[in-house]
Design a protein around this ligand. Structure first.
Ligand SMILES: O=C[C@H](O)[C@@H](O)CC(=O)C(=O)O
Ligand SMILES: [Zn+2]
Length: 276
């Protein structure tokens, strides 16, 4: 498990491109037959990728969290961004098609991740946060969530947002999670942008082709920086940072938050005049 410390906005003013990437960008999440985990001190979230091939992969406790099993003091939201697979939670089997979501609460001991085939393996994306109460395990199939239309083609941000783990959906202690899909010809997400000092957020960009790049924007509204990202990379947004971006093609992203509250609308809107 890799550890990422928190950063102060004053530090970021002097960051080089390499510094920014080292602190916020998460590359190579989906390595065949491996578990990749990044523990960020921002709200103690753990971001992960699990890519089983021929054998099942078990998610266990780690010394970094001094836990005998992963969910001893945590909850986790999971999306499958690869081929079909399944997750077994204390013996209960959940089928996970592409873009399906599973929430697993505090206290579940055995988590086994399996791919249906090794040529097109499942890619399980994880977002975990500390939890103090058990909520039931819940699966939501992508096809069963209609979603809401946001933006417009004129503004190059025509998109569909699906909220899976949130106040009116799957219940959790801290984790709020969902997926936004940009329609063809649209490239901008989350603009006009916002911060939410109550919650950190992570974006995982998917469905970008090999030659496309995301120009993700971060930083204080008056000190913006950008990170050039590829398909299947994630980026950590500290609570004080904006998080939005534009890519060279349309794409999908999974957003995940944890912190002080679970109120999706609790955002501090940033007007376009404020941005520097
Ligand atoms: O705090 C909420 C998040 O940044 C995202 O949900 C924004 C988003 O999905 C979008 O604009 O499409
Ligand atoms: Zn946000």
């Amino acid at each position: 498990m890799e550890i990422r410390y928190s950063t102060h906005p004053e530090q970021v003013k002097a960051f080089t491109t390499e510094d920014i990437r080292k602190h916020y960008l998460i590359e190579e999440l989906f390595v065949p037959n491996e578990i990749k985990l990044v523990y960020t001190m921002e709200d103690r979230a753990i971001i992960g990728g699990i890519t089983p091939t021929t054998e099942a992969i078990s998610l266990e406790g780690y010394d970094e969290i001094k836990a005998d099993y992963f969910l001893e003091r945590r909850e986790v939201g999971i999306f499958n961004v690869g081929g079909p697979g399944s997750i077994s939670v204390d013996g209960e089997q959940y089928q996970m098609e592409n873009k399906d979501c599973l929430y697993v609460g505090l206290g579940k001991r055995e988590l086994l991740f399996t791919s249906e085939g090794s040529e097109n393996p499942a890619k399980f994306y994880l977002f975990s946060a500390p939890a103090h109460k058990e909520y039931p395990t819940q699966h939501v199939a992508f096809k069963d969530v209609e979603g809401d239309r946001l933006g417009s083609l004129e503004n190059a941000n025509d998109r569909v947002i699906r909220r899976m783990i949130h106040n009116e959906g799957i219940q959790s202690c801290q984790v709020v999670m969902g997926m936004t899909q940009l329609n063809t010809g649209s490239v901008w997400n989350s603009m006009p942008t916002h911060t939410h000092n109550r919650r950190m957020e992570v974006y995982l960009y998917i469905d970008l082709d090999e030659q496309s790049r995301m120009f993700h924007l971060m930083g204080e509204p008056t000190e913006t920086r950008h990170i050039v990202m590829k398909n299947e990379e994630a980026v950590i947004s500290p609570p004080w940072s904006i998080h939005c971006g534009s890519a060279t093609s349309s794409y999908t992203f999974i957003w995940a938050m944890a912190g002080e509250n679970k109120t999706y609308n609790d955002m501090d809107a940033v007007s376009i005049e404020q941005l520097r």
